[in-house]
Every structure is written in C-alpha cells, then in structure tokens.
Write a protein that binds this ligand. Structure first.
Ligand SMILES: *Cc1c(COP(=O)(O)O)cnc(C)c1O
Length: 427
C-alpha cells in the first residue's frame, strides 16, 4: 500500500495493531488533520481536542506562526549538533531565560530527558556545592508522580504498570506523600544528604491533583532551610496551561501574561517540555541560575538534537504566541467558566462527583470504581458527540483543550460534555 493512498480508520488501526508495539491503548479514532482547537479523523469528522496531546498543543494545532518558523528554519539549517555553534540557539536561550527569569537554559528534546537532566544537575550540584559525600545524594519525590518513562524515572514511580519488570532500579530517591508538608519536613530533617525535591505543581497524570494553598511555597521554604534544590516539573503545567505562565506562579490573581514576575515559588530548577514547542517539535529545557548550572562542564551532558536550530526557532515562536495571544489570561478565564458551568451541572448528575483543576487543566471524577469502564465509555460517547478526551487513572477524565479556544467554543464543549454525561445518568 502506498503511504499516500487514503486509508480508512479501520485499516489504520489494524496496521498499528499488527506492526506497532502495543505500548498505548488509544481511543479508536484516527486523526489526519488539526487546526486550532479542532482535529479531523480520516473520514472527515470534526472533533474538539480536549487533550491537546497531554498539554503539548497549548497554542492550538498547526499554529501558523509556529509552523512558519519551523518550515523556514527546516529549509535553512536543521541540525549542526553542538560540536559547532548555530545562529539560533543563543537567541532562543536568551529569549527563554528572559521569559522565565533564569540565568541559563540547557536544551533537550523530550520531557523525560529534561527530568533526567535536572536529576543529574541536582546531584552534581550536591557533590560540588553542597558537599554531600560521593554517591550519597538523595532526591525526594512524591507518591503518584509522573515524570516520564526512562529507567531512572520509573525507578521512583509507584505505578506498577509503569514499573513492574523493568528493574533493577536506580537508587537515590526518597518517596513521600504529595501535598504533605510535614512529610517533607520530617524527611529533610532525617536525611541531611538530600540534594533536591522534585515535584509537579499539579499532578496531571495522577488525575489533576491540585495541592492545598500554600503547599508549594511551604515546600520551597523547607527546601531553602535545608539547602535543598526545589525542582519543578512543569512539563505539563507550564506554558500558560493553568492560567499562568507557570503553575508555580501561584494565586497572584493577576492572570497577567507576564505573571512569572510575581512567583509564589521560584523553582531552583525548572523543567519544561510539551508546549515549549506548541506540539510542533520535540523541545524540552532545564532552566537554572548560574550558581547551579555552572557545575555542568563540557562533556558532562548532551544530546545530538538538543538545541538544534529548528527547535530553537520553534521555541521562540511558541513562546511568542503565548504572549501575543494572551493565552495565560484566556486559560485563566475559560478555566473559571468551565468549572463554574460544570459545578452548576454536577449536583443534578449522579455520574459525576466533582470537577477540579486550574486554568484549562481540569478533570472530572466519575462516580464509579477505579476499575470500572465508565470513564472509558464516557470518552467513547464524547467522541461520538465530537469531543476527544481520555481517562487518566481509572475513573478520572482529564479535560485540557488548546488555550486558543474562544468562550463560545468552550460553552459549546460544555454542552457536549453535559449532554453526554446525561446519557449515562439515565442508564
Ligand atoms: C509528559 C510529562 C513528562 C514526560 O514528557 P515526555 O516528553 O513524554 O518524555 C514529564 N513530566 C510531566 C509532568 C509530564 O506531564
């Protein structure tokens, strides 16, 4: 079969099933086009995208400015490796460090690579600056974390599906309860060899768990007290998703597009990925100030593709779109509206228990057991009704549309969601 021939959904699924590893369980929809908040399947049916590739497509599908930057750069210079300088990387590093308020950026490609980079940076800082004895550094992580899929990262996961039979595991991690400052305090007091605290400002994969007010600021203060690096994994929450440029910007309630100027918490190490490219290209980054980043010397770390000219051009364009189109503010306002509308509906619907989230990173909790198929069945019905979303853990459905959505489109989506949930209420 020629790859250029048209293909039916059924055939496309059969091909993936036969020739692809079964490491995902996709909703049975085959997408062939995207524009803004919409995607289309191979049969031409239009959907609202309510996942945004796990918050990578915050700027909307195929944003012309990002696509333009990418295609221009692809036709000019795509890859030099870091063996040589290129004329785009420095400009991107300057723009991104300025945007987020850090001295330096280390460019990588995927979220997991950026997390790995942050862990290596933290350990090296611990040995060379904090004075922890060699091979003794510990990094504190949270239960139900999601930081990616590498051997080291799954070593400190507690999801058996992600972890079982991938051992032996990497040592050097202490796991504590999320959103529990006492647990963090106790751990830092009992373990003087802690180098860093790695945390998601909102646990996305785990089901959009929003921590208590003051948790992040409290955790940062404890880290400062114990000379421990606060490492924020904002791969999913960052780049305007939660109604602010970063979720660690906290509740300053300005919803300003440059809200990073008043951070609730300024992470010592900031990890970004996903929407750093608007979903156009794999671009991730670790940001830190000089006192930390200076421990990395030539040869210590690298990536053939990290910091390539296309990634740099795409990164600048993707961040410019966030600012130019006020997407943090839009996410803030639409998020408030979404939860308000859902909260009006929920008391009259037995199939949903609650809605929670920040900005346009939200989830509804389905009134059924974790191993039930209800959330999956609801996502199948949402698909029929023209909206794509996916369950996270069991009975939780995450709703994360592109941030370029309009108010009318959001209300249209709310009506699709409530209509679909009513179908299940009557069963
Ligand atoms: C998606 C995600 C990652 C991993 O990113 P990949 O690009 O899939 O490697 C890491 N941390 C968080 C919080 C994520 O949501």
């Amino acid at each position: 079969m020629s790859v250029l021939e048209r293909i039916t959904s059924e055939d496309a699924i059969a091909l993936e099933d036969k020739y692809g590893a079964h490491n995902y369980h996709p909703l049975p929809v085959v997408l062939s086009r995207g524009k803004g908040v919409h995607v289309w399947d191979v049969e031409g049916k239009q959907y609202y995208d309510f996942l945004s590739a796990y918050s990578a497509v915050n700027q909307g599908h195929c944003h012309p400015k990002i696509v333009g930057a990418m295609t221009d750069q692809a036709q000019t210079l795509s890859l030099t490796s870091r063996a040589f300088y290129n004329d785009m990387l420095g400009r991107y590093e300057h723009y991104a460090t300025n945007t987020f308020g850090y001295d330096k950026l280390l460019p990588m490609n995927t979220g997991a690579e950026a997390v790995e980079t942050a862990l290596k940076l933290c350990r090296k800082w611990a040995y060379e600056k904090k004075g922890i004895a060699e091979n003794d550094a510990q990094i504190v992580v949270c239960e139900n974390n999601f930081h990616g899929r590498t051997t080291t990262i799954i070593s400190f996961s507690n999801d058996p599906v992600a972890r079982t039979n991938f051992g032996p595991y990497t040592q050097g991690f202490l796991k504590i309860e999320y959103d529990n400052l006492e647990a963090l305090e106790r751990t830092l007091e009992e373990h003087p060899n802690v180098a860093g605290f790695l945390v998601e400002p909102i646990q996305g994969e785990a089901g959009v768990y929003v921590p208590s007010d003051g948790y992040l600021a409290g955790a940062k203060a404890l880290c400062e007290k114990h000379n421990v690096l606060f490492i924020a994994d904002e791969v999913q929450t960052g780049i305007a998703r939660t109604g602010r440029l970063l979720a660690t910007c906290g509740d300053c309630s300005c919803a300003d597009k440059h809200c990073s100027g008043v951070p609730e918490v300024k992470a010592d190490i900031l990890i970004l990925g996903k929407a750093l490219s608007g979903g156009a290209y794999p671009v991730s980054a670790v940001l830190a100030n000089d006192t930390i980043m200076e421990v990395i010397k030539p040869g210590n770390h690298g990536s053939t593709f990290g910091g390539n000219p296309i990634a740099a051009a795409v990164g600048i364009a993707a961040l410019e779109v966030i600012k130019d189109e006020n997407l943090a503010q839009n996410a803030f306002e639409l998020g408030e509206l979404f939860r308000e509308e859902m909260n009006k509906f929920i008391p009259n619907c037995s199939v949903v228990n609650a809605v929670r989230g920040r900005g346009l990173l939200n989830a509804i909790l389905i009134n059924d057991t974790e191993d039930s198929s209800t959330a999956w069945d609801i996502c199948m019905a949402l698909k029929e009704n023209g909206l794509l979303a996916k369950p996270t853990h069991g009975n939780i459905i995450r709703f994360a549309p592109p941030l370029v959505m309009t108010k009318d489109e959001l209300l249209d989506c709310v009506s699709i969601i409530t209509r679909t949930l009513q179908q299940f209420d009557n069963q």
